[in-house]
Design a protein around this ligand. Structure first.
Ligand code: MEV
Length: 440
C-alpha cells in the first residue's frame, strides 16, 4: 500500500478511475477489486441507476429483501416487504403477524399528518412590532413562495401554518418561524426545504421594503425541515381476550404471561437502559419496511427516539395493559414517509414493495410500518418473558453457520439434532461437522 495523499476532485473521476484510487486501500487489491466488481449489477442500466442515486459509488452493498406474510391490518391482509440483515427479525414479525391475524388482526390509524420545518434567524428590531406584523408577513411569505407551492396545493397539500417563536432566551436576537406543511403522498423534504429557503429570502425582502423595519438587522441563519414530526403520528394496536394468549405463553398460564408482558413494558416506560433496547426492537420492524419502500430510515429513527423522550425522560414507544379481560398492546410514533418522490419510485425494488402492499397512500404505509414495529416488539418481549431470545436466535445463527460451512442436507439435519440441546458456536459446529465427515 502506498502513502495516502489528499485526493482532489475524486467525485469527478470516472467509475474506473475511482476504483483505481480505491485499489490502494487494500492489501490484496486484485482480490478486493474482484469482490467489488462481483457486487456491481450486470445490467449496466440498473447499475447506472444505482450509482446515480448516490455519489462515489464503486459497488453495491446488498441487503436481503424479505417478506413477512399474514399482516392483517384494519381488516386487510398484507404481505409486508422487509429489508433487514438481522436473521430473527422477519421470523419474529411473521410469527406475531400470524398469531394476531387469528385474533382480530392489527388496528391502526393515522393521528395526524403534518410535517414541520424551521427558519432560524436573528432580528435586531422591536419584538412586539414583529409579532404584530406576523399576519402581514405570513401573507407576504406565502405569496413569495407560491411558484413553489402551486403544484402541491393542486394535490391538496401546501403550507398549513407559520408561527413566530421568540428564542432570545437561547441567543440574543434569535427567533424562529415554525412552519407546518401538508405534503400529501410525498415525504416532502425537498418541498419543505425549498419553501423554507424561499422564506429566508422573502423575510429579508419584507423587512427591507417596509419602513417600520427598514433599520432592522435581519440575519437568516438556517432554513431546514425538522425530523421531529410530532404532528405526523401513527398508532397501531392489537388486543385479545387474555385466554387466547395460551398458544403464546410457552406453558405459562395466559394471565401470568399477560402480567409478565405488562411488567416488561412498564420497565421500558421507566428505565432508559431497557427502553432503548425495547425501542430498538420496535425499529427493527419499522426500519425494515421503511428501507424496503425506499424511505429515509434515519429520519424516522431520529424522530421516533426524540418522540420517545418528549416527556423529558426517554421511554418505551409502546404500551401494554389489561382492559376488561382483554390484553392490549399498542404503539404510537411519528413517521414522516411517502409513497411518491425520493427513492420510492426510482428504486425498482422500492416500487415493487409498494405494489406488493397494494399501492398504499402515505398514511396507509405509515400504518403498515407501525404494525411491523408493533409485531416485532410484541415478538421480542414475548420471547424475553418466556423462553429468552437466545434459543430462537441460536437456531438462526446455526443455519447461518451451516451455510458458511457448506453442510449438505443430511449433515445439516444431523447437526441441528445434535445442537438442539447444546450451545451453538462456530467452532463447535465446525468440529462436529468434521467428525461427521471423518466417520463417513
Ligand atoms: C434485537 O434486535 C431486539 C431485542 O433486543 C429487542 C428487545 O430486547 O426488546 C430482542
Amino acid at each position: 500500500m502506498s502513502e495516502k495523499k489528499i485526493i482532489k476532485g475524486f467525485s469527478r473521476l470516472t467509475p474506473q478511475q475511482k476504483i483505481e484510487v480505491v485499489k490502494d486501500y487494500f492489501s490484496e487489491s486484485e482480490k478486493a477489486l474482484k469482490t467489488l466488481s462481483s457486487f456491481r449489477h450486470p445490467d449496466s442500466n440498473i447499475q447506472e441507476l444505482l450509482s446515480g442515486i448516490s455519489e462515489n459509488t464503486v459497488s453495491n452493498f446488498h441487503l436481503p429483501y424479505n417478506v413477512a406474510p399474514n399482516f392483517l391490518i384494519n381488516g386487510r391482509m398484507y404481505m409486508v416487504p422487509m429489508v433487514i440483515e438481522e436473521s430473527s427479525v422477519v421470523a419474529a414479525a411473521s410469527s406475531a403477524a400470524r398469531f394476531w391475524a387469528g385474533n382480530g388482526g392489527f388496528s391502526a390509524r393515522v393521528v395526524n399528518q403534518l410535517k414541520n420545518g424551521q427558519l432560524h434567524f436573528l432580528f435586531s428590531g422591536n419584538t412586539s412590532a414583529l409579532k404584530t406584523a406576523m399576519q402581514e408577513i405570513e401573507k407576504f411569505l406565502r405569496k413569495h413562495a407560491s411558484p413553489h407551492t402551486a403544484k402541491m396545493e393542486e394535490r391538496g397539500g401546501g403550507i398549513r401554518s407559520i408561527e413566530l417563536k421568540d428564542c432570545r432566551n437561547i441567543i440574543e436576537n434569535y427567533y424562529q418561524l415554525n412552519v407546518s406543511f401538508d405534503t400529501t403522498q410525498a415525504m416532502g423534504a425537498n418541498f419543505i426545504n425549498t419553501c423554507l429557503e424561499d422564506f429566508s429570502e422573502a423575510l429579508g425582502l419584507y423587512f427591507a421594503s417596509n419602513k417600520e423595519f427598514k433599520e432592522v438587522k435581519y440575519e437568516p441563519l438556517m432554513a431546514i425541515l425538522s425530523n421531529y414530526n410530532d404532528q405526523c403520528l401513527v398508532e397501531a394496536s392489537v388486543s385479545c381476550p387474555a385466554e387466547m394468549l395460551e398458544s403464546e405463553s410457552k406453558g405459562l398460564p395466559p394471565d401470568e404471561f399477560a402480567r409478565r408482558m405488562i411488567m416488561a413494558v412498564t420497565i421500558a416506560e421507566n428505565d432508559i437502559y431497557r427502553a432503548t433496547t425495547h425501542n430498538k426492537g420496535i425499529m427493527n420492524g419499522v426500519d425494515a419496511v421503511i428501507l424496503a419502500t425506499g424511505n429515509d430510515y434515519r429520519a424516522v429513527e431520529a424522530g421516533a427516539h426524540a418522540w420517545a423522550a418528549r416527556s423529558g425522560r426517554y421511554r418505551s414507544l409502546s404500551s401494554a395493559s389489561m382492559e376488561n379481560g382483554h390484553f392490549v398492546f399498542s404503539l404510537r410514533l411519528p413517521m414522516a414517509i411517502g409513497t411518491v418522490g425520493g427513492l420510492t419510485r426510482l428504486h425498482p425494488l422500492a416500487s415493487l414493495s409498494l405494489e406488493m402492499l397494494g399501492e398504499p397512500d402515505s398514511g396507509e404505509l405509515m400504518m403498515i410500518a407501525a404494525c411491523a414495529g408493533l409485531a416485532n416488539n410484541y415478538a421480542a418481549v414475548r420471547s424475553l418473558v418466556t423462553t429468552g431470545i437466545q434459543s430462537g436466535h441460536m437456531k438462526m445463527h446455526l443455519s447461518n453457520i451451516l451455510m458458511q460451512l457448506k453442510a449438505g442436507p443430511v449433515e445439516s439435519s444431523m447437526i441441528i439434532k445434535y445442537f438442539s440441546k447444546r450451545k451453538v458456536s462456530y467452532r463447535e459446529v465446525s468440529a462436529y461437522l468434521d467428525k461427521i465427515r471423518q466417520n463417513k
